[in-house]
Design a protein around this ligand. Structure first.
Ligand code: NI
Length: 400
C-alpha cells in the first residue's frame, strides 16, 4: 500500500477505496462460478478460506453451505451481525463480459456475488481494526436466499443470532441509480405466500359441453373473480398483490378436460391482511366453483415473513450512510412486493435492510433482477464495503 496514513486512521470510505480492486476481483470470481441455492459448496469454501487467510476470526459452518465469521474486538460491547447471501439462480446468462458465468444455466442474476464480496471486503478492513472495536462483528455468509424455506431460517435455528444486538443487511439494487443508498423505516419487502388450486369439473366431448362441467370455463371465472380481492376487499391504503401465475389444463381441440390446475402468489406487508386473504380467496373459489357445479382443492403455503425495518436501527443506518458517503447519497428506500428471507433474522433482533443503488443507464446496466443480462455497476461494491465498515465502527467504536 502506498498510503502514508496508518491503517487505523483511515475513514471507512478510504478503507473501501484501498480494497476496491480486491473486492471487484472477488465479485468476478464468484460471478464466474455461481452455485444454486443449498448447493453453494465451492462458494462457502472460498469464503471460508478467504476469511481464514485474513486471520483473527472465529470461523464456523452452521450449515453445509454457510459460513459464520466472528470478529471479537479488544474490548467488551454489543454484537453487530452483518449478513450477505451467496446463492445464484437457474438462468442461462447472456453476457459478453469476461467474468460471465462458467456454469451453463446457473447465474448470479440477483447480485448476491456482490453481497458476498462486499462482506469479505468489510471483514478485511475490520480485521485490521480490532483494537477499535468494543464488542463483536458477526459476519453471516448465508446460503439459499432464493429458494423457500431459505437459508436464513436454518441459520437462525443453528443459533447464529444468539447474543446479537442488531442485524443489518443489504441488496445491490437495480431500480436505484448508482450513488444512492435507500434506507427506510417500517415495511420494506413483502411476504411472498403461494397457493395451489385444482378445479375439478367433468370432462367430455368439446361438441357436447352440456354433458360436461367445463373446468376451463370455470377456471377463467375464478381468475377474473380473484382480481376483486385487491381491488374490492383490501383497504386501498394497504398494499397487496394476488396473482395467478400458472394455469394448466386440456390437451387438444375436441376434449374438454376434467380438471385445471392453477397456482399463484399472495404478497402482503400487513400481518392481519396476510391472515385474511386466504379466507377471501377460498370464499371466491368456493362460490364460483359451486355456482357452476365444479369442485376444488386449494392449498396455501407460507413464504418468508415481511421485512420490516426497526425505527432506531433505520435511523442508525441513515446516519452511517451520511457519515460514510455523504448526505447526498442517502435516499428513502421504496418498498417492494418482492420477498427476502432477511426477515428471519429480524424475528430475533431489531435491524435494518437497505438498498445500494447499482443501476447505470449510460452504461446500459439497467436489466432487472433475475434477468439473463443482469449486471451491476461495480462501483456500488465500494459503497457497500464503506457502509459495512462505517456501521461496525459507529456501533462498536465508542471511545476510539
Ligand atoms: Ni436477491
Amino acid at each position: 500500500m502506498t498510503s502514508t496514513l496508518p491503517v487505523s486512521n483511515l475513514s471507512p470510505a478510504q478503507h473501501a477505496a484501498r480494497l476496491r480492486d480486491t473486492v471487484v476481483g472477488w465479485r468476478r470470481h464468484l460471478h464466474m462460478h455461481p452455485e444454486l441455492s443449498y448447493h453453494e459448496e465451492q462458494t462457502a469454501q472460498f469464503v471460508y478460506d478467504t476469511v481464514r487467510a485474513m486471520g483473527g476470526f472465529e470461523l464456523s459452518r452452521p450449515t453445509k453451505t454457510s459460513v459464520v465469521a466472528r470478529l471479537r474486538g479488544m474490548h467488551d460491547g454489543p454484537v453487530l451481525a452483518v449478513r450477505a447471501d451467496m446463492d445464484a439462480l437457474p438462468i442461462l446468462e447472456k453476457s459478453e463480459a469476461e467474468y460471465a458465468s462458467r456454469a451453463p444455466g446457473v447465474m448470479h442474476a440477483c447480485g448476491h456475488d456482490g453481497h458476498t464480496a462486499m462482506l469479505l471486503g468489510a471483514a478485511t478492513a475490520l480485521g485490521q481494526l480490532r483494537e477499535r472495536l468494543h464488542g463483536e462483528v458477526r459476519f453471516l455468509f448465508q446460503h439459499a436466499e432464493e429458494l423457500y424455506p431459505g437459508g436464513a431460517e436454518e441459520m437462525v435455528a443453528a443459533g447464529v443470532m444468539d447474543g446479537v444486538d442488531m442485524v443489518i443487511g443489504t441488496h445491490l439494487w437495480l431500480p436505484m441509480e448508482f450513488g444512492k443508498v435507500g434506507v427506510a423505516s417500517g415495511p420494506l419487502m413483502a411476504s411472498p405466500d403461494v397457493f395451489d388450486l385444482v378445479i375439478q369439473g367433468q370432462g367430455g366431448h368439446a361438441a357436447a359441453p352440456h354433458e360436461t362441467v367445463d373446468a376451463i370455463a370455470v377456471a377463467a371465472q375464478v381468475v377474473t373473480n380473484l382480481q376483486h380481492i385487491v381491488s374490492r376487499n383490501v383497504d386501498p391504503i394497504e398494499r397487496a398483490v394476488v396473482s395467478v401465475t400458472r394455469i394448466v389444463g386440456g390437451t387438444t381441440y375436441n376434449v374438454l378436460p376434467g380438471s385445471v390446475e392453477l397456482a399463484g402468489t399472495i404478497r402482503t406487508f400487513d400481518r392481519g391482511l396476510r391472515e385474511q386473504i386466504p379466507a377471501l380467496l377460498e370464499r371466491i373459489v368456493k362460490g364460483v366453483t359451486t355456482a357452476h357445479g365444479a369442485a376444488y382443492a386449494l392449498k396455501f403455503d407460507r413464504g418468508y415473513r415481511p421485512v420490516v425495518n426497526e425505527a432506531r436501527a433505520t435511523a442508525f443506518m441513515q446516519r452511517v450512510v451520511e457519515h460514510t458517503l455523504g448526505a447526498a447519497a442517502l435516499a428513502e428506500a421504496r418498498p417492494t412486493m418482492g420477498g427476502e428471507d432477511f426477515s428471519a433474522y429480524l424475528q430475533k433482533t431489531p435491524g435494518c435492510f437497505f438498498f445500494i443503488g447499482a443501476r447505470n443507464e449510460a452504461r446500459g446496466i439497467v436489466h432487472p433482477h433475475h434477468h439473463e443480462r443482469f449486471d451491476i455497476d461495480e462501483r456500488a461494491l465500494e459503497s457497500g464495503v464503506a457502509i459495512f465498515i462505517g456501521a461496525a465502527l459507529e456501533y462498536l467504536g465508542r471511545a476510539a
